[in-house]
Design a protein around this ligand. Structure first.
Ligand code: DGL
Length: 291
């Protein structure tokens, strides 16, 4: 087998939310090795300027390239919205974001051509989903709305109680009157809130989870570049974080859907300020547990 097919897939996100994409990749491509980088020292990206998000995304990508990955997935919707076209142009290996797969999924799902999009403030302000959908068809009517508190709710694990429902109702009410039959969950964290979002939007509204669509895109891209590993089980998952946050193991497992094999803290990107402390922690595995 060509050695390049054995290289891992690289995935990065602003934090641990992108593990929802890793979870889908494991389902679809169980034989692939995956290296995940979460920039937990600098999360959230969704409230930051486009310039800052671009800088961080370029550094995150640089870290993954140093691990010799064969393809990079920008699992963060904010970074995909702001930085993807430029970064993909700069790289020789394929770089896939979550935005286009999500837009394509919504285009395929809608019958009445009314599509609602939710995401972080930076994602919605970028207008990237509107552009991606309009590029597919100029007959779509699109309404988008930021839901910043959903990120905190997902991390706290308050995803299906009355608090989550009340917040979802407040954010989503402007969208319910729009009559969309399709809603794009344009943020890594939102798939965890599918239950309450669906309760507010109603059964008739299809929720498009870009993580699922992205995994399908990764498989297609690897297949057409003849880079699929050829294994159908036993892929290794390595998780690197720029900071080990409080309760990271519990939160990470919630997103990944199972314990990760190992989590390691790296000194950069994002970890420079606390280099001494990081060095101490990277000397060994910060945490590990069996699959
Ligand atoms: N990963 C981000 C996204 O998908 C959400 C968290 C953040 O704001 O950084 O947009």
């Amino acid at each position: 087998m060509d050695g390049s097919r054995d290289r891992p897939i690289g995935v990065f996100d602003s934090g641990v939310g992108g593990l929802t994409v890793v979870r889908e990749l494991i389902e679809r491509l169980p034989g692939e090795d995956i290296v995940y980088f979460g920039d937990t020292a600098r999360v959230p990206y969704g409230t930051k300027s486009a310039r800052t998000v671009m800088k961080f995304a370029r550094e995150d990508l640089g870290f993954l390239k140093s691990r010799d990955v064969k393809l990079i997935v920008i699992a963060c919707n904010t970074a995909s919205s702001v930085a993807l076209p430029r970064l993909a142009d700069e790289e020789e290996i394929p770089v896939i974001g979550v935005l286009l797969p999500g837009a394509r999924g919504a285009a395929a799902a809608t019958h009445n051509r009314r599509i609602a999009v939710i995401g972080t403030t930076a994602t919605i302000n970028s207008g990237a989903y509107e552009k991606a959908l309009s590029d597919i068809s100029d007959r779509f009517e699109i309404m988008s709305h930021p839901c910043p508190l959903f990120v905190s709710l997902a991390e706290e694990g308050w995803v299906d109680d009355e608090v989550a429902f009340m917040i979802a109702r407040r954010y989503l009410e402007p969208l319910t009157g729009f009559g969309a039959d399709t809603l794009v969950l344009g943020c890594t964290h939102y798939p965890l809130l599918k239950g309450v979002i669906s309760r507010v939007m109603g059964d008739g509204v299809v929720l498009v989870d870009s993580a699922t669509e992205t995994a399908a895109d990764v498989e297609k891209t690897l297949a057409s570049a003849d880079l699929l590993s050829g294994r159908d089980s036993g892929g290794r998952i390595e998780v690197f974080l720029s900071d080990i946050p409080y309760r990271f193991r519990e939160i990470g497992e919630r997103f990944l859907g199972r314990p990760s094999e190992s989590v390691e803290q790296v000194t950069g990107p994002g970890g420079e300020e606390s280099e001494e402390r990081c060095r101490g922690m990277t000397a060994g595995r910060a945490a590990s547990s069996d699959r």
